[in-house]
Design a binder for this molecule. Structure first.
Ligand code: ADP
Length: 382
């Protein structure tokens, strides 16, 4: 089998177990090497020392009597022993130092992870492990998923703060209006008559709708939403939404038409939830289309799905707003929708979550301001 060295190094670098193995081997080799070198350097001196202690000179050694041979052997063994002890001690010290250095190097990524997770636990969600410090082994994977988790936590934190800011802002407007009206009534500046109470009623109604929307948003966001799916005829679904709205459209002078392609299959959906989505889209179309405008609800087959579209010739959506309208509390024209008693900018966020819970997609198209808009969503056919 051909050994590819680059591939081998890659496999080696990508597995923590091989690195531990290599660390052990390195320490053993360093200890062995240090032992050999220390012995090589110390043996001659040890030998000479023992010879000197015996008082034996080179001539006597050469003459070779039995006692002298034994003494020579003992001196040699003592010298080797000395040298062994010295080199073992040196090898031990060198290998401990090498092991310390290697373990420091190997545990550095773990220390970084510990440090980073402490920073996150302390509320510093911006903390990351720098990419150039991420290895290609299992610890590197752990560091990458850690960074991913930190990214997610940071965006949740940003969203949380934004949501609290948005909610307080939304609550402040009607509350200020109610408080102002009540103060006016108490001071006698405002007359205690029907129109004043109606004004207060409208603001409390707005507050109630906001709280209901927020509750609904929490439900769809937390996946606590349970779909009660049943087979339904699309024409029944459309009728259930369009008929009750006909009067409201007629009162504003906006024409409402619905077209359902023939031969469409039944959909297995939570009928109430799909009606809620259609109601929201038609309600928006009515809200953002002036008198004498037109709104068309169309349903047709689109591959493996059924495509619903709500088209209006109303105020349209400018390109800079189009990507944001599904974000919570986003309103293209804040002053207008408030003045008109409009919603809080949560409706489309909820509608999108409901369609996605059915496995579909919801999006918007508009050629620009005053060019009308079309909201489309798909529901897969089972
Ligand atoms: P809202 O309660 O304000 O209607 P939505 O989430 O339903 O909140 O809509 C968000 C924003 O999207 C609206 O404030 C408006 O700017 C824009 N929008 C939605 N539908 C239409 C439409 N049919 N025509 C123009 N703009 C629309």
């Amino acid at each position: 089998m051909k050994i590819n060295s680059a591939g081998f190094i890659q496999v080696f670098k990508s597995r923590w177990i091989y690195k531990i193995l290599a660390a052990f081997v390195a320490v053993v080799l360093i200890a062995g090497g240090a032992h050999a070198v220390a012995m090589r350097l110390s043996i001659a001196a040890a030998f000479e020392r023992h010879m000197g202690r015996m008082g034996v000179n080179m001539q006597n050694m050469m003459s070779g009597s039995g006692t002298r041979g034994v003494n020579l052997y003992e001196s040699f063994m003592a010298a080797v022993n000395d040298s062994l002890w010295i080199s073992a001690l040196i090898a031990f010290i060198v290998s401990v130092l090498a092991a310390l250095l290697i373990s420091r190097l190997m545990t550095r990524p773990i220390q970084r992870l510990t440090h980073a997770s402490r920073a996150i636990a302390g509320g510093d969600y911006s903390h990351r492990i720098p990419p150039d410090e991420i290895s290609s082994d299992e610890l590197g994977l752990l560091a990458e998923s850690f960074n991913g988790m930190a990214e997610k936590l940071q965006s949740i934190e940003v969203m949380r703060k934004q949501l609290i800011g948005d909610i307080s802002h939304e609550l402040r407007t009607p509350l200020t209006a109610i408080k102002g009206s009540m103060e006016g009534l108490m001071d006698g500046v405002l007359p205690a008559e029907k129109s004043t109470y109606q004004q207060i009623y409208r603001e409390t109604d707005r507050l109630q709708r906001l709280v209901e929307d927020l509750q609904e948003l929490t439900r769809v966001d937390s996946s606590a939403l349970r779909l009660n799916r049943k087979a339904v005829k699309i024409s029944d679904l459309v009728q259930a939404v369009v008929v009750p709205l006909e009067n409201t459209f007629a009162m504003k002078g906006v024409a409402l038409k619905s077209r359902v392609e023939s031969g469409l299959p039944q959909l297995v959906v939570d009928s109430d939830r799909i009606q809620q989505v259609l109601h929201n889209l038609l309600g928006n179309a009515l809200h953002f289309t002036p008198e004498n405008g037109h709104v068309v609800l169309e349903v047709r087959r689109d591959g493996n799905a059924v495509l619903f579209s709500v088209q209006d010739d109303g105020i349209g959506i400018a390109p800079e707003h189009l990507p944001h309208i599904f974000e919570r509390f986003y309103r293209a024209d804040k002053s207008r929708s408030r003045a008109a008693g409009g919603g809080s900018g949560i409706g489309l966020t909820i509608a999108k979550s409901l369609v996605e819970a059915h496995g579909g997609k919801l999006w918007a198209e508009s050629a620009g301001k005053n060019q009308g808009s079309t909201f489309l969503f798909t529901i897969p056919v089972e």
